[in-house]
Design a protein around this ligand. Sequence first.
Ligand SMILES: Nc1ncnc2c1ncn2[C@@H]1O[C@H](COP(=O)(O)OP(=O)(O)OP(=O)(O)O)[C@@H](O)[C@H]1O
Length: 813
Amino acid sequence: MAEIDKDDLISIIEESYDVEDVPEILPLMPVRDVVIFTDMLLPLFISRERSIQAVDKSLSTDRYLMVATQKDPSDEDPGPEGIYTVGTACRVLRMLKLPDGRMKTLVQGICKVRIIEYISDDNALMVRIERMQEEEIGQELSMETEALMRTVRDQSERIMAFRGEFSGDVGSILESIEEPGRLADIVTSNLRLKLSEAQELLEIEDPLARLRRVSDFLIREAELSAMQAKIQSEVREEISKTQRDYFLREQVRLIHRELGEADERTQEVGEYNKRIKKAKMPKPAQEEARKQLRRMEQMHPDSSETAVVRTYLDWLLDMPWSKSTKDVLDIKKAKKLLDQEHFGLERVKERILDYLSVRKLNPAMKGPILCFLGPPGVGKTSLGRAIAAAMDRKFYRLSLGGIRDEAEIRGHRRTYIGAMPGRILQGLKQCESKNPVFMMDEIDKVGSDYRGDPSSALLEALDPEQNFEFSDHYLNLAFDLSSVMFILTANMTDTIPSALLDRMEIIEIPGYTPEEKLEIAKRYLLPRQIRENGLKEDALILGDAVLKLIIEEYTAEAGVRNLEREIGTICRKAARKTAEGHKGKIRVDRANLSKFLGVAKFQPEMDKDENQVGLATGLAWTSVGGEVLYIEASLLPGKGELIMTGQIGEIMQESARAALTYVKANLGRMGKETSYLDDLDIHIHVPAGAIPKDGPSAGVAMITALASAITEKPVNQDIAMTGEVTLRGRVLPIGGLKEKALGALRGGVTTIFIPEKNRKDLAEIPSALKRRIQFIPVKDVDEVLEKAISEDILSAAPPAPKAVKSTKKKASS
Ligand SMILES: Nc1ncnc2c1ncn2[C@@H]1O[C@H](COP(=O)(O)OP(=O)(O)OP(=O)(O)O)[C@@H](O)[C@H]1O
């Protein structure tokens, strides 16, 4: 095996020889990792048997052999195809047999040769060769060759100097060489090229071409050396900067110590460690906290990364992982508290007490989520507060109105700048308890858009089946929400995502009658406002008559929020009078009410329209409670088209079309020709035009308005009506009866036609309301037409609906 002692790899020119003496047949010695050039002196360790034979053979004759490089250095016994055909004829200058059987030799390259053929021999590889003649270059070198040689000399000296291998000897050898080919060979043998590149150079016969190629390699080598130098200096700089920082920091630490100040970092880490122990977190959270703390220890105390980790750790440690309040489930006390704060609402209170009782008997209950449904200001929030107080739990209220971004619920990932946990975990942190009463307001106003769907995150938080491991993007750890008591509130159910609606138990809290409002005002709102405005208990006299007036003429709402505001205004003004020196009680009566509240805002009775042709009063159920809804119908010359205006939704439009069909089918009974409407357009308008309206329950009112317009008989404006109608005139049931009835009362209506199927709901209507409004259940729209317009508008029984045969002939082909 041939091994090269690279330290000795310097060519020197020694001993004269004659290339003509090189025989035609030579033993061949393959070498693994070097290419030998002419004039190169190379020490070789030889261990492969065939190579030893080759040297022996050469020594037994005239000391010549051929050295050629093998293509694959790992090949132990290369054959002819594994050895390059161009190599160098060498002379063995010295040989030493080592005790282990190996040989140490010194060989010298004599001339470049090419293998013509392999000659079989039992022991050594024998080859027939031909000498490769260097092309002759005239005595006079061209300017270009001179320049090229000079460049090559300079470049190789520079590279060797960079590598620390340059010596004066090398310099003078390079200077002394005058043939371009030899210069190329000497430089190549010192350049540490890849084997394939060195072999490529060996095979180039034209000396000038070889020198040019060497120059290319030198340029590449120079670039590599420059790059290497740059990297080294950068590394040095980096190291010295880190060292400098380290020394400075150490100095600061020593100064702190000298000044008797404890190392802030150690102190901070110590404090976090204490907090981690105290927080009683679940194992994964604890591990995460420790991991982050370890990370923080490695960072510069003032870096922005440290600040991010610090905020995260603070959040993690401030979460109430194991803090909770002890539930008090004293049902009697709870009833007392609910009654103390709220008037009426008997069914609602009953339901709440049932819920609490079940919780008392089975604390691990995974019950439904309560949802209070009702218009604004009916006490949904204050009921939630009372439940929390009764159970001795913390209370938190989160308004979901307008939330469209999932991140609001679930937080932003920590990679965002200024990331925070979602609103649910923020709430829990604020409560410092993991089992508060958590009220989510306006669940029906949650939207979804490109920022994600908050309702899916809400579902994960609310659903008892999955909320024991709620994942917040910021904490990135599961938090157990199962002991939180969630209560939702909504004005309508239509827009609540159905997945959520399925898991809720809806508790309806409808609006209040004026009588109920009066009681609430007297017992709760007025005393509270008097107290809050710093007045003495008996400083203000506000009688029932005045309160009634405020209810009727200053507010028009289902709840009592505005009523409380108006009472608050009176109390504020009374407080001012007292503060300005008014002595004695302040009395508010009908006469001076406007001095406190300004002129009346609503006068429903006075606003009422006179009976009119084509104008019927319907009832709507909106998110703010019930309301009267006027339906106008007019006929005008045209082509029998139906025009609908007033932002009517799709369902209401369909119900208008059905109403028209019913009316058309009954034209005869109204004393009109069946073709009566053919030359007329029918216009149905539902004011106020700017508010969108929808739903099927205006069907009865639409038919009434149309029948009135056709018969030209006015509709009684004291009557309102609600109900969906089939094409055959049957009246179908509707929802929100109490709300609608309260709306009707506010609209000055005295009689309401309701669908027969809603008769059972009358039990829920407060008797005070029933005293003031007459409810007439009807099965058929005829009953409404007869009473709301006039008994004699319909002359006969309704016609049996029939399929009208097409009179058009089929087109024959
Ligand atoms: N039945 C009642 N008895 C006593 N006070 C009441 C009653 N209903 C409502 N209130 C009072 O009316 C005010 C408004 O109620 P609250 O804020 O709870 O309404 P809400 O239904 O939550 O409205 P929103 O849906 O707009 O949030 C509160 O001060 C509340 O105490």
